[in-house]
Design a protein around this ligand. Structure first.
Ligand code: NAX
Length: 366
């Protein structure tokens, strides 16, 4: 049996975690041969509820669940964590402006970034789900000077999965028949679900669907799916969000299938002309525990307008939390680079071969 890995989860007594933790313990995220230690973090007032969740996890007698620890602070909860799933966040209350939401969450994610920097494993992989996810990921990453920004991502896999499911349902296909879905930008209603590269049974999707349906129904449906679910269920999406977290982290760690493209929120390296220094959803492939932005996707005028609109929203969000972004990490977030050694072993920033080594270098985000 392998050594267990440590997975920290914040918001562990919340709705998403009530699905997520059981999937992780069952081996759906890290693989069926990987034991896990769950380090569950909640706010002090939710610790009783968290104890109940821990009892249920125990009662499932999962063979892969090595240990559960409960924490009312992130500094303890992130200790030596190999993976950190930042699910907990302050929800938008009645009468609260988006700006207030950004500011309140900025405090939370700045502290979490510092705690990851000071207490987590040096190779920790971080996935931010709590909203506003992209900007929260930026704040956490900017507050972790000793970690590489490439260790932080935010969740846009739910949007990706939604687009796939809705397209399959519309065409009478199954999701296995569909490839090439791309979500660009922010996890918000400005996100752009792009079907121009998508295929259904290996043939271009755009040739098999009505353009009017794509523009007037499909795009807004994916963008506003979260609200539609709240209206129907009276509660926000939880099980589907948990599945998306499992999918995104599993693909990042274990790799995407050959030929498969997924969507992931990550620090922009300037690809597709998107401003550097914001967390933006790009099409990626994953291998060797790293991700790489798919290059040379054709962007038509229709797509470009949407890529720019969602980019602008993220730049505005960044401006609203500027005082929570330490100056010392500005440069590292403007020039993300990575060395690629003989195409086999990949190193993150500062751990690769010297500049004059015979190995190829690339400035791609990985
Ligand atoms: P819940 O309100 O059910 O649970 C959140 C939990 O987080 C609560 O138990 C709360 O006590 C805890 N919490 C809050 N602040 C914390 C902190 N600083 N440290 C530790 N725990 C903290 O929300 P849930 O439905 O589970 O959703 C969680 C977050 O995911 C929300 O911010 C939500 O907006 C966001 N979502 C993001 C999605 C995405 O695709 N990026 C989709 C699903 C979801 O809407």
């Amino acid at each position: 049996m392998r050594r267990p890995v440590r997975i920290a989860v914040t918001g562990a007594a919340g709705a998403i975690s009530y699905s997520l933790l059981f999937k992780i313990a069952a081996g759906e995220m890290m693989g069926k041969d990987q034991p896990v230690i769950l380090q569950l973090v909640e706010l002090p007032h939710a610790m009783d509820s968290l104890r109940g969740v821990a009892m249920e996890l125990m009662d499932c007698a999962y063979p892969l669940l090595h240990t559960i620890t409960l924490h009312d602070n992130v500094e303890d909860g992130f200790s030596n964590a190999h993976y950190a799933l930042l699910v907990g966040a302050k929800p938008r209350g009645p009468g609260m402006e988006r700006r207030d939401l950004l500011e309140e969450n900025a405090q939370i994610f700045a502290r979490q970034g510092k705690a990851l920097n000071d207490f987590a494993n040096r190779d920790v992989k971080v996935l931010v789900t709590g909203n506003p996810a992209n900007t929260n990921a930026l704040i956490a990453s900017r507050n972790a000077p000793d970690l590489s920004p490439s260790q932080f991502t935010c969740l846009t896999r739910l949007d990706h999965n939604r687009a796939k499911g809705i397209l399959a349902n519309h065409c009478g296909a199954t999701t296995r028949d569909i490839g090439g879905i791309m979500i660009w930008g922010n996890h918000s209603p400005t996100q752009y679900p792009d079907l121009h590269q998508a295929t259904i049974l290996g043939k271009p999707a755009m040739a098999q669907i009505d353009t009017t349906w794509y523009r007037d129904e499909f795009i807004p449906k994916v963008q506003k799916r979260g609200g539609e679910i709240i209206e129907a269920r009276g509660l926000s999406s939880a099980a589907s969000a948990a599945q998306a977290i499992v999918d995104q982290m599993r693909d990042w760690v274990l790799g995407t299938e050959p030929g498969e493209i997924i969507s992931m929120g990550l620090l922009s390296d300037g690809s597709y002309g998107i401003a550097k220094g914001i967390f933006y959803s790009f099409p990626v492939i994953c291998n060797y525990g790293r991700y790489q932005i798919v290059q040379n996707v054709e962007i038509n005028e229709f797509s470009r307008q949407r890529l720019t609109a969602t980019e602008q929203e993220l730049l505005d969000e960044k401006a609203a939390v500027e005082e929570m972004l330490p100056k010392e990490t500005e440069a590292s977030h403007q020039s993300l680079s990575i060395c690629l050694r003989s195409g086999v072993t990949l190193y993150a920033d500062n751990t690769g071969p010297d500049a004059d080594s015979k190995f190829m270098t690339t400035n791609r985000v990985l």
